[in-house]
Ligand binder design. Structure first.
Ligand SMILES: Cc1cc2nc3c(=O)[nH]c(=O)nc-3n(C[C@H](O)[C@H](O)[C@H](O)COP(=O)(O)O)c2cc1C
Length: 187
């Protein structure tokens, strides 16, 4: 069972979120995880084609996926979409941005739409939003209250500091959920 995580990250914050997704997916027995930055060495289309699930992640720039991630989407049209090579694969998405909202939903919607255009099966988060009256709301899961995919917030601090614990736990949860569902789906 192969889960691939393909992501962009200009400054390392979304990369940290992607690593958390990978960690969560890797906790499921029998899962091989590929963590693929779009910015390095071209896109490994064969690895993606072999995957049972693909999790897409982009920083939110200007309320959208990054330009590099859009380029990956465009390049996939010829490489993948034409023959629907990703049909019936499990798909999910995550994004990170500077503001708490930051219009991240638009990024996740673009990713989900892209997955639908490729005939993929979308998996969101089955998590209630963190309770704001909790003693440590920032440590609960899903503190940004997203269902379509995992969100994370990074301010101007270095990737050593942000995204915070809740967002990374939520990312790991998404990775694990996708891996479990992909394993179920494969049976
Ligand atoms: C060109 C650009 C546009 C951005 N637009 C947004 C935005 O629309 N909303 C937001 O909350 N943050 C925005 N940010 C902040 C980034 O989302 C934030 O710094 C994020 O952590 C960057 O992730 P990365 O380190 O993976 O590149 C923008 C940053 C850049 C460089």
């Amino acid at each position: 069972m192969i889960v691939s995580i393909i992501y962009d990250s200009g400054y390392g914050h979304t990369a940290k979120q992607a690593e958390a997704v990978a960690k969560g997916a890797g906790q499921v027995q029998g899962v091989e995880v590929n963590l693929i930055p779009v910015a390095e060495n071209g896109i490994p289309w064969e690895t993606l084609e072999k995957s049972d699930a693909i999790i897409f992640g982009s920083p939110t720039y200007n309320g959208l996926i990054s330009a590099r991630f859009k380029q990956f989407f465009e390049d996939s049209t010829k490489a993948v979409w034409w023959d629907l090579k990703w049909r019936n694969k499990i798909a999910a998405g995550f994004t990170n941005s500077g503001a708490q909202s930051g219009d991240k939903l638009n990024t996740l919607m673009s990713i989900a739409l892209f997955a639908a255009q490729n005939g993929m099966i979308w998996v969101g988060l089955d998590l209630h939003p963190a309770n704001p009256t909790s003693k440590e709301p920032t440590k609960d899961l899903n503190s940004l209250g997203s269902w379509l995919g995992a969100m994370a917030q990074s301010d101007n601090a270095s990737p050593e500091v942000t995204p915070g614990e809740s967002d990374l736990k939520t990312a790991a949860y998404l990775g694990q959920r996708v891996a479990k569902i992909a394993a179920e789906f494969k049976r």
